[in-house]
Design a protein around this ligand. Structure first.
Ligand code: SAH
Length: 371
């Protein structure tokens, strides 16, 4: 199994890169339409070619220049010589028999791997994408961070996760959550470019209101993101009601005080008018007591927000366990009694296919796909 996947990987890589060695070509799929127009003009091509090219990449989701049949062949050859065209290789696809959730493992051109998840809801299809190869934030309950950070993903490589899934399923992706492997605000420039391309009317034209970016809480970057005036939802990984407890779970909390992070979230709300979501992973015996719930309610006070409770997904390296149903329900009740009416418990999806953050990728790196 492992061998078959490896050889498939090699073949696909050769096809995609047309065997160009020392590839220092620029990444065409990460360019905005305005940038592309400049490139097309410099090549002496007619201006309307830029929009055609952009639409091939971001609307028709072409996997290669070869598919762009209404572009002159000579132009396509010129493009191939000058610009890299990213395209993911499908390494694994697992479908949950419980809820139809699909987990994908994709190979990148440098042989690193990323994972993405497709979740089907009544309101549409939501894709959870990765923003980095690995992660350096070190949260103690998260599988994505175990091998550290390898590199940022290019905007094109974030888009390709969505494009590949839309192509493979033939179903439109309506919502995107940047909640896979990586810390999106640690890849700030890549993330913001990705958001612009994803919501561009000449591309997939995804409504920014249907995009959520989840962060472990980097205050300067949260403020900077607010200034961009996107209409996206910001989700903050809070996970604890006090600075002390947050530090146990999240090393990044040692760098930024809880108050500073919450101030940045308030700034985000005031600047964009978008209600912030607070994610709270419940760990048995650590942050799930009645007192924790009360402290959390007091901490958030009257701040208009949404709280998302997530019973922690056990990762083999850590001995964290989720609380039982009753404890989760009691926690939720206390929050609601304190006026936090918009509190929801995240539905656990794809448990049978290693649905939690970074687990499939980690399994692949350790053992190949044979397991
Ligand atoms: N780095 C970003 C986004 C990636 S993680 C962030 O920290 O928000 C997406 C969400 O899943 C975060 O809230 C994260 O804390 C949570 N998460 C990661 N591993 C988990 C696990 N094993 N159980 C429950 N939640 C987890």
């Amino acid at each position: 199994m492992e061998h078959a996947v490896q050889s498939n990987f090699g073949r696909e890589t050769m096809d995609n890169s047309a065997m160009i060695e020392n590839d220092d070509r620029r990444d065409i799929k990460s360019m905005t339409l305005a940038e592309l127009s400049g490139e097309v003009a410099a090549l002496g091509e007619k201006p309307f070619r830029a929009r055609q090219l952009y639409q091939w990449m971001h609307q028709k989701l072409a996997r290669d220049y070869g598919e762009m049949t209404n572009l002159p062949k000579s132009f396509r050859e010129e493009l191939r010589k000058r610009y890299e065209y990213t395209s993911h290789t499908l390494l694994d696809r697992r479908v949950s028999s419980l809820d139809g959730t699909e987990k994908y493992l994709f190979g990148l051109s440098d042989r690193h791997v990323v994972e993405s998840v497709l979740m089907r809801y009544h309101f549409g299809n939501s894709v959870c994408i990765s923003s980095q190869v690995g992660c350096r934030m070190g949260c103690s309950f998260c599988a994505s961070t175990i091998g550290g950070l390898t590199r940022n993903l290019a905007p094109s490589e974030m888009l390709d996760q969505i494009y590949s899934i839309q192509r493979l399923t033939g179903e439109r992706v309506t919502h995107v959550v940047v909640m896979g492997t990586g810390e999106p605000l640690d890849n700030y420039d890549g993330l913001t470019r990705f958001l612009r391309l994803l919501s561009d009317e000449n591309g997939l034209n995804l409504s920014q209101r249907n995009i959520t970016v989840s962060t472990c809480g980097l205050p300067e970057k949260i403020r900077k993101l607010a200034e961009e005036r996107f209409q996206i939802t910001l989700a903050l990984s809070l996970h604890a009601p006090t600075q002390e407890k947050r530090q146990i779970l999240m090393p990044i909390a040692r760098r930024y005080e809880l108050g500073e992070v919450l101030d940045a979230c308030r700034y985000y709300f005031e600047t964009t008018g978008r209600r912030v979501t607070f994610e709270y992973s419940l760990v048995s015996g650590l942050n799930d007591s009645k007192k924790d719930a009360e402290t959390l309610a007091a901490l958030l006070g009257s701040f208009p927000c949404h709280i998302n409770l997530i019973p922690v997904n056990p990762v083999s390296e850590r001995d964290y366990a989720p609380p039982d149903r009753r404890t989760v329900a009691a926690f939720k009740n206390i929050l609601e009694k304190c006026g936090k009416t918009c509190c929801t418990i995240r539905r656990e999806m794809g448990r049978d296919i290693q649905g939690a953050c970074g687990q499939l990728r980690k399994g692949y790196m350790e053992k190949g796909l044979a397991e």
